[in-house]
Design a protein around this ligand. Sequence first.
Ligand code: B16
Ligand code: MG
Length: 217
Amino acid sequence: MYKALLFDLDGVLVDTAKYHFIAWKKLADELGIPFTAQDNERFKGVSRARCMEILLELGGRTMSEADQIFYRDKKNQIYVGYIRNMGEDEVLPGVTDFLQDAKARGYAIALGSASKNSRLILDRLHLTQYFDAIIDGTKVSRAKPDPEVFLQGAAELGTLPRECIVFEDATAGIQAAHAGGMQAVGIGDSQTLPEADIHVPGFLGVTIENIEAELAK
Ligand code: B16
Ligand code: MG
């Protein structure tokens, strides 16, 4: 019944949040804005431009659009410096086996991420080969919870929304999947992601067969 699997990137396939945090923290320090790991939670799944706005809100600051572009580019240069050095060992546990098995069973696979660096990240992780479509921040204009990123993914894969399963670690992503008429698997627990259809803590020991069986319950 399901034909396609759509994956968020950060928090699902890889933990890039730690590098985003280091880079935003460096920028926050430069701007004299206090910024904690807890503040960084608000940045997950959110576009770079929106992260910059949230940082300024945290510091009670305003800034011209031109300066915001300058500083978020600066943050990105710091971030890219880290992700360029990432290796296959940073793929989250069980992910490669899960993708390999799903591919072998004939599922179409797409990425649905807010990141504009997704291609570099997938390359560094040696995961590009598994993806039939890559929909990311360079292709969409509306951020999750808008379903655009996943609907584009389904369209590129040539599948209907009801044939798609989305894997997400953020509430906005779960909402985007549902808004697009897709099933949503929450990577996390039911307290953090109450709206997900089912939950798994991660991909270790999990197969697409398990997921389909859980969704059918
Ligand atoms: P970039 P996801 C998101 O990835 C991150 O969670 C979020 O923190 C980041 O701001 C966003 O990508 C944009 O990333 O600066 O690389 O374009 O969870 O949508 O895969
Ligand atoms: Mg995410």
